[in-house]
Write a protein that binds this ligand. Structure first.
Ligand code: NAD
Length: 389
């Protein structure tokens, strides 16, 4: 059967609903599948909430916090394409950026904040959602302050640099009754969604092995925050390897139970004196499958592949913003390229408007940071580390 046949054979909504119900949720209450077309309805609430949803047609205002590379080149342009949210405000420490963004995106002065005036966002009804795009080590502080301002939050990945910080973020959002989501854009990308279907629905039988690799060659400023342990939390594992952890989990629909890992050699000590240059690790899953993963700041890779009893698949590149390519043992995946960030933000805006669960919640971010911590522990100690998520 051709990929497209399988993909479109089902009435998507019904198929996905049945599939989600069949697979259920993890012990953390996380959805195991994440390729539904909208945010996750909560059982009987569905009908009532969709009626409520039609009444809430207003676009929600998003404020981006930290106008670095990702905010500038991906999120702000994506917010020009979104249907349920728009770029309403910014938080920046650089006056020249404030001026430039104000002009380019017609942002009114009253919606422009510095890190010092950030908490005043609480008084701004134009801002519904705060999107934190700061260095990893700052996500926790800005999420907690954003929750206190009673705004819904998207935090970029990794959610934080420790599981304890992730928990603080979750607690703050619960206390202030706001939603928390992580910037896991690939849950909205058709090729990665197809891998979720192939693996979790066992289209080619049970999955035996996953291979995942995400790396780039780090050049430029050796003082960049990504090389600073406090701001980054770690090296390529925190930045890129998290996609491999995610990829393996959404292929299998399970969380790993044990991990072995090892750091690679440091060949560029001028860059990698605080964080690892590279790391490789293996994750064991409850069904006996193994995921072999690697991540490096001194290589170029972007692979997610799976082997099942009766077939295989491979995405390469798997994690890029565009140009993702996929094939299976039956041929090329014929799937559209989409604006992942626009879909991700629109989905969260809909979850807020309709009071539904996001498919990429803070709990998922915490789960992943716990796994990253276990990978580091396994690499440091040389021991097989059991994971409890
Ligand atoms: P960047 O260095 O380009 O931007 C960081 C921003 O934070 C800059 O505007 C900088 O001025 C600001 N900042 C505030 N205080 C700072 C401090 N003390 N030190 C350094 N910068 C400070 O980084 P980026 O690539 O935009 O990454 C930002 C976040 O987004 C990270 O958490 C990263 O993991 C995440 N990210 C996610 C994706 C994705 O595909 N989801 C892609 C890229 C980055």
């Amino acid at each position: 059967m051709k990929q497209t046949d399988f993909y479109f054979r089902h009435n998507r909504r019904e198929f996905l609903k049945d599939f989600s119900l069949a697979l259920g949720v993890t012990s953390l209450g996380l959805p195991l599948v994440s390729f539904a077309s909208g945010c996750q309805p909560k059982g009987e609430e569905k009908q009532e909430q969709s009626a409520q949803g039609t009444a809430q047609n207003k676009k929600l205002g998003i404020a981006l916090v930290g106008l670095g590379s990702y905010a500038t080149h991906q999120l702000a342009p994506a917010l020009q394409e979104t249907e349920h949210c728009y770029l309403a405000g910014i938080v920046t420490g650089t006056p020249s950026k404030a001026k430039e963004w104000k002009r380019k995106y017609k942002i009114p002065d009253k919606n422009i904040y510095t890190y010092d005036t950030y908490d005043q966002i609480a008084d701004n009804p134009d801002i519904d959602i705060i999107y934190i795009v700061l260095p990893n080590g700052m996500h926790a502080e800005y999420t907690v302050r954003g929750a206190k301002a009673k705004k819904h939050i998207i935090s970029e990945k990794p959610m934080a640099t420790s599981a304890a910080d992730c928990q603080r973020m979750l607690d703050a959002c619960r206390e202030h009754n706001v939603k928390l989501s992580i910037g896991y854009r690939l849950h909205f990308e058709p090729h990665n969604q197809r891998v979720m279907e192939l693996g979790q629905q066992q289209v080619y039988g049970p999955v035996k092995e996953v291979e995942a690799a995400d790396s780039f060659v780090f050049t430029g400023n050796p003082n960049a925050w990504r090389l600073d342990k406090k701001l980054a939390g770690g090296g390529p594992l925190m930045d890129l390897g998290i996609y491999c952890v995610q990829g393996a989990i959404y292929t299998l629909g399970q969380s790993p139970v044990a991990i072995t890992a090892k750091f690679g050699q440091v060949t560029r000590p001028d860059y990698f004196d605080e964080v690892e240059q590279s790391i490789s690790w293996e994750m064991e899953f409850p069904n006996g499958a193994v995921a072999k993963c690697r991540s490096s700041y001194n290589d170029n890779e972007g692979l997610l592949s799976g082997k099942a009893e009766k077939g295989w698949w491979k995405l390469d590149p798997a994690y890029s913003y565009s140009g993702i390519k996929g094939e299976t043992s039956e041929g090329t995946m014929d799937l559209p390229q989409v604006n992942q960030q626009a879909r991700q933000m629109d989905d969260f805006a809909r979850c807020v408007k309709e009071n539904k669960e996001t498919r990429v919640p803070g709990e998922m971010g915490l789960r992943d940071v716990k796994i990253l911590e276990a990978i580091y522990e396994a690499a440091r100690t040389g021991k097989r580390v059991e994971v409890k998520v």
